[in-house]
Design a protein around this ligand. Structure first.
Ligand code: DSN
Length: 420
C-alpha cells in the first residue's frame, strides 16, 4: 500500500473503507453505463498529484498568481495534444466538467433570451441542451427538435430547416447524451448556414471514438465549436474540453475565465494532458475500434434474444433498451435487477416517454468501460444473454444469485486499471 493510502487508512478509516468498497464493487462487477469508463493508472496519479495545491487563474504566461512554471507546462501540453487529437485550431482545457463546458460555450456568444436549436431531452438531448429544469433552459430560448423512432431515430432535416428559418437560432447544436446513431454534421451545418447560426457539436459521449478516428469529426464538416467531456469514451479525468476555430478562441477563453470559472483544477488538467497523450497512440485507435465492435455485438445479442432497442441497434458505443415493451418492467426495476447481478446500467427516458424520469421506460447500455477491461465480442455476447436472463427472471432471487456469481467470476478475470 502506498504511504498516502496508508495515512488515509489510519486517519480517516470511514472514507478509506468507502474507497476500498468502491474498488471492490468496480472489480467484481461491470460498468455498462455508456458515459462511464475506467481511467488509466497514470491519470489517477496525475489527478491525485500536488497540482491540487495550486491556484492558476488565467492562461499560460498570463496568470494572476506566481509560481506557474509547471502549471504552464501541463496546461500547454494539454492544449497542444487536444489540438492534435481533434485536429482543431484552438482548445480550452479549463472547463471543470460537461455542464460548465456547455454553459461557457453558450455564454461566449449569446445574450439571455437568444435562441438555441437543440435535441429534445427525451429523444437524447442533455440537461444543458435546454431542459426546462436547468439554468440554461431558463436563460436561453431553446427550440427543441426530435427524432423519428419509426424511422430508426433519424432526424428530419427538412423539418429542421423550416424550424430554423422560423425561429432564427444563434446556435445550432448537434450533440446528445442518449442517441445510438452517428451524428449528421453535414445536415446540421446546412441548416445553420441557412440562418447564419454558429454550429456547435457536443460530442461528450463519442469524444474518444472521434479521437480514435473511428467516428466522424465535426471539424471536418466545418463546425465552429466542439465540446467534449474527457471521462467518457476518452477515458480521462472528469473535465471538459472546448475546441473551436481560431476566430472564436478569445470569446471562448474569456467566457471560461473570468466569465464562468475561477481557478482551473490544475491536477485535472495534468490528467487531461496524460489522457490526450494516450489518445494519440495506436493502442487507443485499437481500443476505439473495439468499443464499436463490442457495442454492435451487445446490441445484436440483445435483439436476437427479443429485446426492443430504440433506433433498432447502434452506430456508436451505446444502446437504449425499451424495458417496458420488452419485459414489462420500468427502467428503475430493470436497473435494480441488473445491479443485483453486478451489471451496472442506468435507467433512461425514451422518446416521448409517458413515464417519469425516475421510473422511465428504458435503460441505457454501452461498451467503453467493458472494452477498457479487455472484454471483446465473446464477453459481450455472454453479458447480453445474462442481461436478458436476469430481466426475464427478475423475481427469482435464487436465479439472480446464480447469475451474479457467474458475472463476478467473469469480471475478476479482467482487471480494473489502477486497482490492485
Ligand atoms: N451524465 C452524463 C451521461 O450519463 O450521459 C451526461 O452528463
Amino acid at each position: 500500500m502506498s504511504a498516502n493510502r496508508e495515512l488515509l487508512r489510519q486517519n480517516d478509516p470511514r472514507v478509506f473503507d468507502a474507497i476500498v468498497g468502491e474498488e471492490q464493487r468496480q472489480k467484481h462487477g461491470i460498468e455498462l453505463i455508456p458515459s462511464e469508463n475506467y481511467t488509466y493508472a497514470e491519470v489517477l496519479a496525475a489527478n491525485g498529484s500536488i497540482f491540487t495545491n495550486k491556484y492558476a487563474e488565467g492562461y499560460p504566461r498570463r496568470r494572476y498568481y506566481g509560481g506557474q512554471k509547471f502549471t504552464d507546462i501541463v496546461e500547454r501540453l494539454a492544449i497542444q495534444r487536444a489540438k492534435k487529437v481533434f485536429r482543431c485550431e484552438h482548445a480550452n482545457v479549463q472547463a471543470l466538467s460537461g455542464s460548465p463546458m456547455n454553459q461557457a460555450a453558450y455564454l461566449a456568444f449569446l445574450e439571455p433570451g437568444d435562441t438555441i436549436l437543440a435535441m429534445d431531452l427525451s429523444h437524447g438531448g442533455h440537461l444543458t441542451h435546454g431542459a426546462p429544469v436547468s439554468h440554461m433552459g431558463r436563460i436561453f430560448n431553446f427550440v427543441r427538435y426530435k427524432t423519428y423512432p419509426e424511422e430508426g431515430g433519424r432526424i428530419d432535416f427538412e423539418e429542421l430547416m423550416v424550424v430554423a428559418k422560423a425561429t432564427k437560432p444563434k446556435i445550432v447544436l448537434c450533440g446528445y447524451t442518449s442517441y445510438p446513431r452517428d451524428y449528421d454534421y453535414a445536415d446540421f451545418k446546412k441548416v445553420a448556414d441557412a440562418v447564419g447560426a454558429i454550429t456547435m457539436a457536443d460530442v461528450s459521449h463519442i469524444g474518444g471514438l472521434i479521437a480514435g478516428g473511428v467516428m466522424r469529426n465535426p471539424f471536418d464538416y466545418g463546425f465552429d465549436i466542439v465540446t467534449t467531456t474527457t471521462h467518457k469514451s476518452l477515458r480521462g479525468p472528469r473535465a471538459g474540453l472546448i475546441m473551436c476555430r481560431k476566430e472564436f478562441a478569445t470569446a471562448i477563453d474569456k467566457s471560461v475565465f473570468p466569465g464562468l470559472q475561477g481557478g482551473p483544477h490544475m491536477n485535472t488538467i495534468a490528467a487531461v494532458a496524460v489522457t490526450l497523450g494516450k489518445a494519440r497512440k495506436r493502442e487507443f485507435k485499437k481500443y476505439a475500434n473495439q468499443v464499436l465492435k463490442n457495442a454492435t455485438i451487445l446490441a445484436e445479442t440483445l435483439m436476437e434474444n427479443g429485446a426492443k432497442l430504440i433506433t433498432n441497434g447502434t452506430e456508436n458505443h451505446m444502446m437504449v433498451l425499451d424495458t417496458v415493451k420488452t419485459f414489462g418492467l420500468d427502467g428503475k426495476v430493470a436497473e435494480t435487477t441488473l445491479d443485483e447481478i453486478s451489471i451496472t446500467t442506468n435507467k433512461q427516458i425514451i422518446p416521448d416517454d409517458p413515464n417519469p424520469p425516475l421510473r422511465p421506460s428504458g435503460i441505457r447500455l454501452g461498451s467503453p468501460a467493458a472494452t477498457t477491461r479487455g472484454m471483446t465480442e465473446d464477453q459481450m455476447r455472454q453479458l447480453g444473454k445474462w442481461i436478458v436472463d436476469a430481466l426475464q427472471n427478475h423475481q427469482d432471487d435464487d436465479y439472480l444469485h446464480g447469475l451474479k456469481q457467474e458475472v463476478e467470476e467473469l469480471c475478476l478475470q479482467y482487471p480494473v486499471p489502477g486497482v490492485e
